[in-house]
Design a protein around this ligand. Structure first.
Ligand code: NAD
Length: 383
């Protein structure tokens, strides 16, 4: 057997999982601070009653309920001003990846002087961050266990990442009851995000032996539970399975980062507003056929975890068939053209993406701009 690769695996977040565990928010919060800053989105947390239930548990919280989808650095600057002026000492995030990312940036900005955009990069919050409690209401990003805040840089209009150990939430409350209200399409798209993170983690240049185990289990959970969560919204077992998958995928990327799928998907999101998970999902098959050339056994193991049972053969076609079957089971078209993407812009996306070395830093194989364009074209056609 080949020697295990060297790795370091760090995960400081306490994860509490279970239907009803949202009721532990107040006690968790009081253990970490006296005055909470509560970040959430504009609609869903209020609509599902989570905001009222949170405020009942932490009545002195200062509520910031304006987090937008794909939040910007400018929005985080504005939220951080409110947090500092209110002298809050613990940050609560309730919502999908977007509110969680705002909350994490605010937690850092509360203790570090400077504009949010200046902290894009690794470990620039030298004064640490306020403690964070994260309560996901989508099952996809795993942000509740990652050290990242992913934001649109307001000046550059590109998605960028603030990374730092201080941004790992101290506590993550995973309550399947909070995700039961997700509509079918958002359930599917966020599920594709979890899948994408797990798959990318398995082929990242920074993959770890621990992450590999978690990632394969996340793939298996997605295959087992995502179609059911999409078709039977109130099924708490399926919702729990997907929350677990998403959290595991977060544990994976917390160590290994993401790869080219994410780097390419951002263009679909920024130009067309495609939801993050859908944007990634549409690119998985093309990029993983390439990955299969370099890591055939790993990609074949993913295809098996995703339920591919056909004859043992080429890993690229096995993963393609497994992904196509999952999209079909979730009732989502796998062609980017059906999501409104224009074919004539693909060359621009490929050129811009290819010119940014950051998008390739964890990606296996040498790629050309033509390869990237081919991946976009295959994604557009859904092959
Ligand atoms: P999101 O947070 O943008 O939410 C998507 C939609 O779902 C919103 O309209 C929201 O109102 C709605 N919603 C949320 N919870 C709901 C519920 N329970 N019921 C009904 N509707 C609900 O989407 P997301 O996919 O969770 O997050 C995507 C963002 O997360 C992207 O900006 C992405 O870049 C980022 N991200 C961050 C990390 C990280 O580690 N920091 C990892 C992956 C992705």
């Amino acid at each position: 057997m080949a020697a295990l690769p060297d790795f370091s695996y760090f995960l400081p977040t306490e994860v509490r999982f279970g239907a009803g565990c949202f009721n532990e928010l107040g006690a968790c919060c009081r253990a970490l601070g006296r005055k909470p800053f509560l970040v959430t989105g504009k609609r869903s947390a209020r609509a599902i009653g989570a905001l009222d239930r949170a405020v009942a548990q932490v009545p002195n919280a200062v509520v910031y309920d304006r987090a937008e989808e794909n939040p910007t650095t400018g929005q985080c600057d504005a939220a951080a001003r409110v947090c500092r002026e209110s002298r809050c000492d613990v940050v609560l995030a309730i919502g999908g990846g977007s509110p969680m990312d705002v909350a994490k940036a605010v937690a850092g900005l509360a203790l570090n002087d400077g504009a949010c955009a200046a902290f894009i990069g690794a470990d620039l919050f030298t004064e640490g961050a306020l403690p964070i409690i994260a309560v996901p209401t989508t099952a996809g990003t795993g942000s509740e266990v990652t050290p990242y805040s992913v934001l649109v840089d307001t000046a550059e209009q590109q998605k960028r990442t603030i990374k730092g150990r201080a941004l790992f939430p101290r506590v993550a409350l995973l309550d399947p009851e909070l995700t039961a209200s997700l509509p079918a399409d958002v359930t599917a798209y966020t599920g594709f995000d979890a899948l994408s993170q797990a798959m990318e983690g398995l082929v990242s240049r920074k993959r770890t032996a621990v992450g590999d185990i978690l990632a394969l289990e996340a793939c298996r959970l997605v295959r087992q539970w995502l179609p059911r969560a999409v078709s039977v919204p109130g099924d708490l077992e399926a919702r729990g399975g997907m929350l677990l998958a998403a959290m595991l995928s977060g544990c994976v990327i917390a160590q290994s980062g993401t790869t080219l799928v994410h780097g390419m998907g951002y263009y679909y999101t920024l130009r067309y507003g495609l939801q993050h998970g859908l944007a990634n999902g549409l690119l998985l098959a093309p990029v993983f056929r390439h990955n299969a050339v370099h890591l055939p056994e790993t990609v074949a193991s993913m295809a098996s975890a995703l339920g591919h049972t056909g004859p043992a053969g080429e890993a690229g076609s096995a993963i393609t068939r497994a992904l196509h079957a999952l999209f079909e089971a979730c009732g989502v078209s796998r062609a980017a053209r059906d999501a409104g993407v224009d074919e004539h812009l693909l060359a621009d996306f490929a050129r811009d993406c290819y010119s940014d070395p950051y998008r390739f830093k964890n990606q296996v194989g040498e790629l050309t701009e033509d390869d990237v364009l081919r991946f976009y074209r295959e994604s557009w056609r859904g092959v």
